[in-house]
Design a protein around this ligand. Structure first.
Ligand SMILES: [Zn+2]
Length: 301
């Protein structure tokens, strides 16, 4: 029996050394700082190479935003994916969880990919961009050029704007949505790696609906591949929509994997390295390996 349809990796492409805890955990004022890795997810199998989000390009306004958020050690997808033996040209499908610059900001690096995004995520950012200057707080983490590039992809037939959840967008892959939560149309990706409808081997790629394990568990103790602690949902520190929607989205994501916290993947979580086999690459960036498909060599051993 084939164990996994897909291999899944979380690849770090940059990081912030001292990010305020209050930014990752709503209401955690004056609780110090933490390292915040910036990552994307690679899913490979069944003749496909897919990604969840594409990071950003540290140039033009992407570089301005990166500097503003204190991002260091940025590397290109070509350099980062090389550690997985993958080229950006090979990537055929990208699921964009949301439009913040560090998730949507490098579509140009993937010339052969078809992109999936929620319709509301795109249309409401256009709305936000069109608000008067005194309301531009809404654009805090968004590069207008990224939105324009996404629209431009429609002309090339490479953008799929979907409205709401969609099952089996590709075999074993479901797209879900948390409207008006972290952003207007935040998507999360459920990979049913046994391809079963009632999956016993699912992974949830959470985008920014959760940043770290503390958004799911009170005082998480993370070591030796385990996350210990009492389930206790807390919103991330940045919401365009409501904290209520963040909490219900977190519960939906956990429900999809029978409340196995380990199967919900927060990509800004540094402790992924303690939960999954990981390696620091020659670039000084982490690669974490969630699972391997048959005949796929490990990228971390
Ligand atoms: Zn975000």
């Amino acid at each position: 029996m084939s164990a996994n349809a897909y291999s899944i990796w979380v690849a770090e492409y940059a990081y912030v050394t001292n990010y305020p805890i209050g930014g990752v955990l709503s209401g955690a004022h004056n609780e110090g700082v933490c390292k915040l890795p910036y990552c994307y997810v690679v899913i490979k199998g069944g003749g496909r190479t897919m990604m969840v989000d594409v990071g950003y390009n540290h140039s033009a306004y992407g570089g301005v935003l990166g500097d503003r958020f204190g991002v260091e050690h940025w590397h290109s997808p070509k350099q980062v994916l090389e550690e997985l033996g993958i080229t950006p040209e090979e990537v055929d499908t990208v699921f964009i969880t949301h439009s913040h610059f560090d998730h949507l900001g490098n579509t140009d690096a993937f010339p052969n990919a078809t992109f999936y995004i929620q319709e509301r995520e795109l249309s409401k950012w256009i709305w936000a961009m069109a608000q008067p200057e005194h309301m531009q707080w809404m654009m805090t983490g968004t590069d207008p050029s990224d939105i324009l590039r996404a629209v431009e992809l429609t002309k090339q037939g490479r953008l799929r704007c979907i409205d709401g959840p969609q099952e089996d967008v590709l075999p074993g892959i479901d797209l879900h949505v948390a409207f008006d939560s972290h952003t207007y149309g935040c998507m999360w990706v459920h990979v049913r790696n046994d391809l079963a409808r009632q999956s016993q081997n699912g992974w949830v790629l959470a985008g920014d609906l959760v940043y770290v394990y503390d958004n799911l568990v009170a005082n998480p103790q993370v070591s030796d591949g385990q996350i210990e602690g009492k389930l206790s949902l807390k919103p991330v520190g940045f919401a365009m929509g409501s904290n209520t929607n963040l909490i219900t989205a977190s519960d939906d994501m956990l429900k999809a994997v029978d409340y196995q916290v380990k199967r919900v993947i927060p990509i800004h979580e540094e402790r992924l390295k303690d939960v999954f086999p990981s390696r620091i690459s020659k670039l000084g960036l982490r690669v974490s390996e969630l699972c391997l498909a048959d005949e796929q060599a490990s990228a971390v051993l």
